[in-house]
Design a protein around this ligand. Structure first.
Ligand SMILES: CC(C)(COP(=O)(O)OP(=O)(O)OC[C@H]1O[C@@H](n2cnc3c(N)ncnc32)[C@H](O)[C@@H]1OP(=O)(O)O)[C@@H](O)C(=O)NCCC(=O)NCCS
Length: 166
């Protein structure tokens, strides 16, 4: 299984070592890292680690980190993935290049990831954890039909946990 996901406008491909520079540039952008990594600038070694984790998780479990590109152009649109949230299950996470905000791409890509998790992967539920101050991301999980079930403290303030069940 190649784990490539396609939507109406987007192609999501599992990240590879060849994507290191693009992922680094994307994830270290100020507007992207603010809520995704509590503002931290990931090092090249941390990017390498994230790619290696993804390659391992796709091989073992069919999930990891996908890079999002448009069907019409090769430019990077963003990234979306599934990763463990403590011992609770897998959470969906996503980010777009700022130039790609406001077009529905995050909802479209994250929706495909959620469908992958609840469909082919056969998970009973998918989770998400969103900073309450991240209004754009709260709107994404609401459009995905996820329901809040807990609030936990985070570095930037309260974070709401959401779930969508199969
Ligand atoms: C979170 C993030 C991905 C949300 O991006 P976004 O562009 O607001 O979300 P979507 O791609 O789903 O786009 C939705 C917007 O596109 C609009 N839109 C335009 N054309 C559209 C179309 N064809 N289909 C659907 N929506 C469309 C929607 O109306 C909505 O606009 P609104 O915000 O004014 O209501 C983005 O802010 C980001 O990358 N942030 C940094 C990383 C981050 O915080 N990630 C989340 C960590 S939990």
């Amino acid at each position: 299984m190649d784990h490539v996901l396609t939507t109406e406008r987007l192609i999501l491909r599992p990240v590879t070592v060849h994507d290191h520079a693009e992922l680094m540039a994307h994830w270290t952008g100020a507007d992207v890292r603010r809520f995704l990594f509590d503002g931290a600038v990931l090092s090249p070694a941390e990017i390498t680690g994230a790619i290696e984790d993804s390659v391992r998780d796709f091989a073992a479990g069919g999930y990891g980190l996908w890079l999002i590109r448009g069907k019409e152009a090769a430019d990077l649109v963003g990234a979306a993935g599934l990763r463990p949230l403590e011992q609770l299950g897998l959470e969906v996470f996503y980010s777009l290049e700022p130039g790609a905000w406001g077009k529905g791409y995050a909802t479209e890509a994250a929706g495909a990831v959620v469908e992958h998790a609840l469909g082919p992967l056969g998970l009973p539920e998918v989770l998400a954890e969103v900073d309450e101050g991240n209004a754009a991301s709260v709107a994404v999980v609401e459009r995905l039909g996820m329901a809040p079930f807990a609030v936990v403290p985070g570095l930037l303030g309260p974070m709401t946990r959401y779930r969508r069940t199969r």
